[in-house]
Design a protein around this ligand. Structure first.
Ligand code: SF4
Length: 145
């Protein structure tokens, strides 16, 4: 990886290793979403593959096959995905913003972001615990797309 690549290159200029390293591992994009008409609703419900304690996908390699609604982020779709959290590193770099001090690339690990509640480990609930009729109780945000 190139030194402090996040300060010098756009999303489209990153190599595969840098692209993966840019993800802070918050897990917020792994929460259940529903798109209806021109709006997307995000719930505090974890995707079935999400390891909540570690805020990590438990089958990252096969996620796109296993979960049809999972999206692979690319330099092209990040600008359109306004349901990504404001803190998302891809979103921030796309907007020309700096990475926050708690980002693992700067902090060295994910302890600070866990402490700050950026990761979903304290807020997400497993999908198996939420019947569909009760989903509305777990709405985090509704965004026009
Ligand atoms: S929201 Fe962005 S930074 Fe957080 S896990 Fe998803 S892709 Fe990575």
């Amino acid at each position: 990886m190139r030194e402090r690549f996040w300060e010098h290159y756009s999303l489209g200029e990153l190599n595969a290793k840098e692209w993966e390293a840019l993800c802070d591992g918050c897990g917020q994009c792994c929460l259940v979403r529903e798109t209806e008409g021109n709006q997307v609703t995000v719930y505090s419900i974890a995707c079935e593959l999400l390891d909540i304690e570690n805020s990590r996908c438990s089958d990252y390699e096969n996620r796109l096959k296993t979960v049809p609604s999972c999206h692979k982020l690319t330099p092209e779709n990040v600008p359109r995905y306004n349901w990504l959290p404001e803190s998302c590193s891809y979103r921030r770099i796309h907007r020309g913003e700096k990475l926050p001090a708690w980002h693992p690339l700067l902090a060295g690990d994910r302890k600070r972001m866990r402490k700050k509640g950026i990761t979903i480990c304290r807020s997400a609930v497993p999908s198996s615990q939420v019947p569909r009729r009760k989903r509305d109780q777990h709405i985090i945000k509704v965004k026009a797309i």
